[in-house]
Design a protein around this ligand. Structure first.
Ligand code: NI
Length: 315
């Protein structure tokens, strides 16, 4: 589900709309123009404006027969309003079944790429209406009108909508946020959409010095992270470990501090700070910490039986 960079055909002067569209494009975003005037002449004018501005998507409007010829030959995607729209602010008339039938018929038309459903302007059960239209329709459905809270965004998402528009709530400073100022409103909407989409980032850097400072026991790897099926482990080595091998698991040893001697049956290898060595499965090896404590970052399958329980330091 996306937030649309939406601007309406009622508002800014034409030249400012062109500047805005250029800024949206420069930001790598998709531009949408939403038609809120419903008389035929205004809609044709809006469609012509959409072509001249070069928006990516034209939302709204009901005079499809008049708009399609204007958009013909352009790359503009068209998402008109299904159903019967009355007044401004608009009201969506008709029963759920009637709106669904109209939506399916409309979306089937050539040149119509999706729908803009004024769901919250319906007097029917809005949740049921949204779900019914999305279920009946393969083309993307964007929900419009009176979406002004995280709760409603969540309901819209669950309905199967491809996105939603938000206008008045943010412009009036009514979206729940720290301040009514527009930028704060938009940041809050982005944050809530990220939350609804489970896109909130849990990512933060981990510092190896701090992580190693947090424990002191040796030969006792602790899991610091996981990458798919591979565990990232931190361990402090001291002295000589035992000869062993792993049946199926490869191991990587990255030396953060100190020096590590990896003994193999045919030779020894010294791994210095900032270096790593990969020991393939079935190969016998015996790690030895040189010069006191050696801090090692291990990468190995998370399923690896903890060798720590088998480890019996011999010196
Ligand atoms: Ni091993």
């Amino acid at each position: 589900m996306c937030i649309t960079s939406d601007f309406k055909d009622v508002g800014l002067p034409f030249e400012r709309l062109k500047e805005l569209k250029a800024a949206i494009k420069a930001g790598g975003a998709t531009s949408y123009l939403e038609v809120v005037s419903l008389d035929k002449e205004s809609e044709i004018a809006s469609a012509k404006a959409a072509v001249e501005i070069g928006v990516d998507i034209l939302l709204g409007g009901t005079n499809v027969d008049a708009v399609l010829p204007v958009l013909a030959g352009t790359d503009i995607k068209y998402f008109p309003f299904p159903g019967w729209i009355e007044g401004h602010p608009s009201v969506l008339a008709g029963s759920i079944d009637e709106v669904v039938d109209g939506a399916v018929e409309l979306a089937a038309r050539e040149g119509v790429h999706g729908l803009d459903l004024l769901a919250y302007r319906s007097t029917e059960n809005v949740t049921g209406l949204m779900a019914a239209v999305c279920a009946a329709e393969n083309k993307p459905v964007i929900m419009a009108g009176s979406i002004g809270s995280r709760e409603r965004i969540e309901i819209v998402r669950r309905s199967g909508a491809a996105g939603f528009t938000i206008g008045t709530a943010a412009l009036d400073g009514d979206f729940p946020a720290d301040s009514p100022e527009l930028e704060t409103q938009l940041r809050s909407i982005q944050r809530d959409v990220a939350g609804v989409n489970n896109h909130l980032s849990p990512h933060a850097p981990k510092n190896l010095d701090a992580a190693f400072a947090s424990f002191s026991d040796t030969w006792s790897p602790r899991v610091a992270g996981q990458v798919n099926d591979m565990a990232i482990k931190l361990a402090k080595f001291e002295g000589v470990f035992v000869w062993h091998h792993h049946e199926t698991e490869d191991e990587m040893f990255f030396v953060h501090k100190g020096r590590l001697l990896m003994k193999f049956r045919d030779r020894d290898e010294v791994i210095n700070e900032g270096e790593f060595i990969i020991v393939q499965h079935e190969v016998e090896h015996c790690p030895v910490a040189l010069d006191g404590t050696c801090e090692v970052l291990l990468v190995e399958p998370a399923t690896t039986v903890s060798t720590a329980t088998l480890w019996t330091p011999t010196a």
